[in-house]
Design a protein around this ligand. Structure first.
Ligand code: 13P
Length: 256
């Protein structure tokens, strides 16, 4: 982590959490998030909970994120979620291009780019996810996959707009497997992403952009990621389903 960049701790609930668990979860973490403001904290819930979540955290430091959004503001797109509507109800962040969207819902780099632009246009802060395929896990190939995803995702996005963009690096093989990347592996990729941002834009912009690591983050390994120069936060799935564990992860970020 670098002091010029504010850490971000993001819980991705995915398609989890019962309706009756949403309020108590937020009640558990809200008072703690208020105490410390050394890190940004956000929770990404299922769409049907977002309005309730936004209402609950109103006036607090806790931000709410969506897990995806369409690239059009409105129209005949049955089952999709409008980025404009998300922004109107008070959602702050939107994840775009998560590995599970790419794998199960045919998300393409082109759509990730359209969705990132649409999010920015609507005042949402996109968290652009780069994954890496296990089949390509042999050094060079990984770099190529994630860098090509990065370049395509950011096509046509201005330097000014990049101030609101966070990049998340999530190795496919580490997601939900219980086997996180080592801090060194993750740092290598984050540094590479930062170097690419410097190439695509400039060094200043690269230095300002937040890069998260995600994939089997837990309370035992989280601190090791924050120790890395180019990792500015964590994107947490399973471990964040327990509010107490998520609180512990927030604490680790505050102390980093
Ligand atoms: P896990 O923390 O469950 O591996 O999930 C990571 C992830 O996909 C977060 O977006």
């Amino acid at each position: 982590m670098n002091n010029n960049r504010r850490p971000l701790v993001l819980a991705n609930w995915k398609m989890n959490m019962e309706p009756q668990e949403v309020g108590p979860y937020l009640d558990t973490i809200l008072p703690e998030v208020e105490k410390d403001t050394d890190a940004d904290v956000a929770v990404a819930g299922q769409d049907l909970y977002l309005a309730q979540m936004v209402a609950k955290v109103k006036g607090s430091q806790l931000a709410i994120a969506a897990q995806d959004a369409h690239w059009e503001d409105q129209g005949a797109f049955t089952g999709e979620t409008s980025p404009k509507a998300l922004s109107t109800i008070g959602v702050s962040y939107v994840m775009i291009g998560h590995f599970e969207r790419r794998k199960f819902f045919n998300e393409t780099d082109e759509r990730v780019n359209l969705k990132t632009k649409a999010a920015l246009k609507n005042g949402l802060k996109p968290i652009v996810d780069l994954d890496e395929d296990l089949s390509a896990y042999d050094g060079q190939a990984i770099d190529q996959v994630e860098l090509s995803q990065l370049k395509k995702a950011l096509t046509g996005i201005s330097e000014e707009e990049m101030k609101d963009v966070t990049i998340a690096y999530e190795p496919t093989w580490a997601i939900g497997s219980g086997e996180a990347a080592s801090a060194e592996q993750a740092e290598k990729s984050a540094a590479l992403i930062r170097a690419s941002l410097a190439n695509l834009y400039n060094q200043d912009l690269a230095n300002q952009t937040r890069i998260l690591y995600g994939g089997s983050v837990n309370t035992s390994n989280a601190a090791s990621f924050f120790k890395q120069a180019d990792i500015d936060g964590i994107l947490v799935g399973k471990a964040a389903l327990n509010p107490q564990t998520f609180l512990d992860l927030i604490d680790i970020a505050q102390q980093a």
